[in-house]
Design a protein around this ligand. Structure first.
Ligand code: CP
Ligand code: NVA
Length: 299
């Protein structure tokens, strides 16, 4: 141990393929029996908290969810001291944080694996569930096209890198000023991603197998909400835009969604929407990941 997961490219393509296989193992070995897992949250969560808690329980472990006021990372004590303390008791530390630097700091001091459960930069557990959903739909990755319409945020970054690792083309359409930073683009291209960016959603979505979007204002950007609503006008994934995608296409969204903003209610609820499969896959993919990192230790 440690086997930290701070961004999806902490895993190789073959490890991701193995995690996808492990996500479907029935009656999984109880690799976390008598072990604890500390799950720290600086921000709200529905899917991540519940899917992680249940995945840990399904592997025989005991999750302890910790709210921000209980530990006060960097306020009551430093991130490093929080990690040193929690790794005395727990086989795993999960953390949902505002600043990505916090998961870096936790990981430098922890003797247990640290899993990023969402930072301002990345959301690797979401990307694993997204890949599992794409795999279940198409049975293949190579040559598929994922088109993301919206803000080049944490979810988009991890998804883009995940796609590149698995041979999926990744396109993004975003308004001026809401694209990836140079270093993000370097990280995305660095894993060999076939990547393109445009300000024209129609161009990005044409012929895509997956049309993906996420909220325009992420947690921590609430005060920018009004400006963002105006800046993203014309970027809603509605029926007219979605129709341009491939015949076999599906719609994906990490959730929570804001119907009428980044996506229309009709697309969210359409027969091509896979949002609930994705949400359920958060648990299966998390369990697959935990099996992957803990099974060797138990052998
Ligand atoms: N997709 C996702 O991470 O959802 P939560 O914010 O509800 O955990
Ligand atoms: N980009 C969103 C994802 C929520 C799961 C956020 O960071 O708030």
């Amino acid at each position: 141990m440690p086997n930290h997961l701070l961004e999806i490219d902490d895993l190789s393509a073959s490890e991701i393929a193995e995690i996808i296989r492990l996500s479907n193992v029935e009656n999984p070995p109880q690799v976390l029996r008598n072990k604890g897992a500390a799950l720290l949250f600086e921000k709200p969560s529905n899917r991540t908290r519940n899917s992680m808690e249940m995945a840990i329980i399904q592997l025989g472990g005991h999750p302890i969810t910790i709210r921000p006021d209980e530990v006060g990372i960097g306020e009551r004590e430093s991130a490093e001291d929080v990690a040193r303390t929690l790794s005395c008791y727990h086989a795993l530390i999960g953390a949902r944080v505002f600043a990505h630097a916090t998961v870096d700091e936790l990981s430098t001091a922890s003797t247990s694996p640290v899993v990023n459960m969402l930072s301002d930069k990345s959301h690797p557990l979401q990307a694993l569930a997204d890949l599992l959903t794409i795999w279940e739909e198409f049975g293949t990755f190579e040559g598929r096209i994922v088109s993301y319409v919206g803000d080049a945020n944490n979810v988009a970054r991890s998804l883009a890198i995940a796609c590149g690792l698995m041979g999926i083309e990744f396109r993004i359409a975003h308004p001026n000023g809401y694209g990836f930073s140079e270093s993000d683009e370097e990280a995305i291209r660095g894993v060999g991603t076939q990547f393109s960016a445009t300000q024209n959603p129609r161009e990005a979505v044409g012929g895509a197998n997956v049309v993906y979007t996420d909220v325009w204002a992420s947690m921590g950007q609430e005060e920018e909400r009004e400006k963002r609503l105006a800046d993203f006008e014309g970027y809603t994934v509605d029926d007219k835009l979605f129709e341009l995608s491939s015949e076999d296409s599906i719609f994906m969204h990490c959730l929570p969604a804001h119907p009428g903003e980044e996506v229309s209610r009709s697309v969210l609820d359409s027969g091509k929407s896979r949002i609930w499969e994705q949400a359920e896959n958060r648990m299966h993919a998390a369990r697959g990941f935990l099996l992957h990192i803990f099974q060797e230790e138990n052998q």
